[in-house]
Design a protein around this ligand. Structure first.
Ligand code: ADP
Length: 689
């Protein structure tokens, strides 16, 4: 290095001065050399040999310091500096040596002077960390930012006067620049991320303290303050979902982690329930230029809407699939139900088009389903228009009420019974071919007519028979009466004396005549009833009187058979409204039957009571009884139960038939209760007066 040495001489003795300088600045290095050669006498400091010892000691210390050190001496702040300080001065070196402060650091002086003044005047020392100074120390006098950490302290003499300001400076410009580059790169990065739609945040240090979060990140986690807070304090709701371990592992290992459609539950609105969000994300370790991992970046996208939308689509697809299956199942069920309907039917939509035709319908309609489906009823069966069926069809469709119609349908040559049931989709038409039924009905009507004809024929025949019987009986009675009359005449001896034997014969003739007459009379009675020629003489009468009147008539028969008899009656005696003679005739018949079919030691009872609007007269015996299956038959004409048995009893089998006809003819009835061996009870019911 070429050393420019100042030549100004302050007028002091050169030798003493230079000896002092030689001594003070003795040693290696440029600045010592310059110090030795410098014309200190021309500076406010004057020749070196005049410098106070303290200053000289400080100069030595300064020159020996390995860091940039300078001394700003006296009130002019005349500058001395060591080799290390040269770099701080840049192009200002070496001219700055021995210059005053304002000359050496002219561009900085306004800012620095107060600090120097403070120290110089006995105020506190200055320590500046990372002070930015805009200085012109580059070639060409360019202004640049430089950063220094420096101190200013006072060098005082024994009296406390400030000899100089001692300055130690560390140029940290490079470091700051390097750091600022990182910072500004980060800032640029963050700036970029601030606007991207993806979310991003950066956490730093072992506690994962948030140092950055972009707009989308705030959006994602729900607005809350996170910067400066450890991640799991700032977002406690995200804890316990596996992210802590992921984040730690990325920070510890530097290996990035990614997740796709990862669910995370977050409380995005304070106080609200946590909600599930989905994210695609990357945890990426952040390293400095020197490879130090200083944090982790979380970068990702909120894909909740996509996930939910896709899930919804999937759900809808599943639903529609299920619905399709359901619909198919329902359709299959419906088809099964429809198919199981044996009756023919078809469905019409509201436009009268066939939408369904079941199997049973095809043969009845004499066509196939395929020919009908899609066509309207009117197209398929024009014959319906104007037929009996059209009205009910239209009515059902219009009113929503079921209708029915039954008629001969000429186009298909048969009878149809058609039921139309409206439903939301149109009409369900249920129909039957009733041709066969109609034929059966016709047949039945014919048979009925035949039967009626037969019956009236039979009735006519019956009446003829009854009339015949009536006539015959009448005709028979006359000769019978004659037989009786003549037998009586002979018995009375009017025709001459009669031997006892003849008298006996005559009595037999008379008995037979009476018997025969009785029979003929019964036949006549029956015939009269049958031909409806009986006249009823209805009147109110106490039934007790009739009972009393028949008692004497049956007394001989009772005595003959050795049977007990009792008659009882309600009090007051019931009054009947009937034909008294006919009642008497019925009761006599019932009593004589009771006696006829009861053996000693039996009993016959008669009782009388009122029941509602009726008078009931009962004839009860303890005789042989009647089996229930015969109950109805005994009331039929000419029926005698167990004929062989009855042969021992006289009778025609007409008594009960006549009695019931008479009872009914008077508005009453004759009924029976009995059991074989248990006796019988006949009840004559008559209207009550
Ligand atoms: P009949 O002239 O034969 O008595 P009825 O019509 O009076 O004709 O009776 C018909 C039949 O009913 C009798 O032949 C007898 O078999 C049966 N019957 C009628 N009354 C009695 C009775 N009280 N006990 C048992 N059987 C009776």
């Amino acid at each position: 290095m070429t050393v420019q040495v100042g030549t100004t001489d302050g007028g002091m003795g050169k030798s003493a001065s230079s000896a002092a300088a030689e001594s003070l600045f003795a040693g290696p290095g440029e600045m010592r050399a310059r110090g030795r050669a410098f014309a200190w006498a021309a500076t406010p400091l004057g020749p070196v040999d005049g410098w106070p010892p303290a200053l000289r000691a400080a100069v030595r210390l300064m020159l020996a310091a390995p860091v940039a050190t300078s001394l700003w001496c006296g009130p002019e702040y005349t500058l001395l500096y060591n080799d290390a300080y040269r770099h701080i001065l840049g192009v200002k070196h070496p001219l700055a040596l021995g210059r005053s402060g304002d000359a050496a650091w002219d561009e900085l002086w306004p800012g620095l002077e107060p600090q120097f003044a403070q120290v110089r005047s006995g105020g506190p020392s200055v320590y500046a960390d990372e002070a930015r100074l805009r200085m012109q120390r580059l070639d060409g006098g360019c202004v640049e930012d430089a950063w220094f950490t420096y101190s200013l302290s006072a060098l005082t003499d024994d009296a406390g006067a400030c000899l100089a300001v001692y300055n130690v400076a560390v140029d940290i410009t490079e470091r700051v620049r390097a750091r600022d580059t990182v910072v500004s790169e980060r800032a640029r990065l963050f700036e970029t991320f601030q606007r991207v739609p993806s979310f991003m945040s950066v956490v730093q240090g072992p506690d994962n303290v948030f140092v950055y979060a972009n707009e989308a990140y705030y959006e994602f986690i729900g607005r809350r303050d996170v910067i400066g807070r450890p991640v799991w304090d700032a977002i406690p709701d995200a804890r316990g979902q596996g992210f802590e371990a992921l984040l730690d592992s990325v920070r510890d290992t530097g290996v990035a982690v990614t997740g796709r459609e990862t669910p995370v539950r977050l409380v995005r609105v304070p106080g609200a329930e946590s909600e599930e969000r989905f994210m695609d994300f990357v945890y990426q370790a952040l390293t400095d230029a020197d490879g130090t991992r200083w944090g982790v970046m979380v970068y990702g996208t909120d894909v909740t809407d996509h996930v939910l939308a896709r899930r919804e689509v999937e759900r809808l697809l599943a639903v529609s699939e299920r619905e399709r299956e359901d619909a198919e199942a329902a359709r299959a069920r419906t088809d099964a139900v429809l198919a199981s309907i044996a009756d023919a039917f078809y469905l019409l939509d509201r436009e009268w088009r066939f939408t369904y035709v079941n199997d049973a319908a095809e043969p009845l309609l004499q066509t196939t389903r395929d020919r009908l489906l899609g066509r309207t009823l009117w197209e398929a069966f024009p014959g319906v228009i104007g037929s009996v069926f059209e009205g009910p069809y239209r009515e059902a469709m219009a009113t929503g009420h079921p209708t029915s119609a039954e008629a001969y349908f000429a186009p298909l040559s048969t009878w149809f019974d058609v039921q139309s049931y409206p439903w939301t989709g149109g009409l369900m038409v249920h129909f039957r071919d009733i041709g066969a039924r109609k034929a059966a009905e016709t047949e039945r009507e014919r048979l009925l007519a035949d039967a009626q004809a037969a019956r009236s024929e039979a009735e006519t025949a019956n009446r003829a028979k009854a009339e015949f019987l009536a006539t015959m009986s009448h005709e028979l009675r006359t000769p019978l009466n004659a037989i009786g009359g003549y037998a009586e005449l002979m018995e009375m001896g009017i025709r001459g004396p009669v031997t006892p034997q003849q008298a006996e014969d005559l009595r037999r003739i008379q008995a037979s005549q009476l018997h025969l007459l009785g029979l003929v009379n019964e036949v006549l009675n029956y015939a009269r009833i049958e031909t409806s020629t009986v006249r009823y003489d209805i009147a109110d009468f106490p039934i007790g009187a009739v009972i009393a009147s028949v008692e004497p008539l049956i007394a001989p028969q009772l005595a003959t058979k050795g049977l007990a008899f009792a008659a009882t009656s309600d009090d007051p005696a019931p009054v009947a409204r009937a034909d008294r003679e006919k009642v008497r005739q019925v009761l006599l018949n019932l009593l004589s039957n009771a006696i006829k079919f009861t053996d000693a030691p039996g009993a016959v009872e008669m009782s009388c009571e009122t029941a509602g609007d009726r008078v009931l007269v009962r004839v009860r015996d303890t005789g042989i009884g009647i089996a229930p299956e015969e109950f109805e038959r005994v009331f039929e004409p000419f029926v005698q139960v167990n004929a062989s048995l009855t042969r021992t009893h006289e009778g025609t089998g007409l008594g009960l038939a006549i009695s019931r006809d008479l009872a009914r003819g008077m508005g009453g009835d004759l009924t029976l209760e009995s059991a074989p061996g248990q006796g019988s009870t006949f009840t004559l019911a008559l209207p009550r007066a």
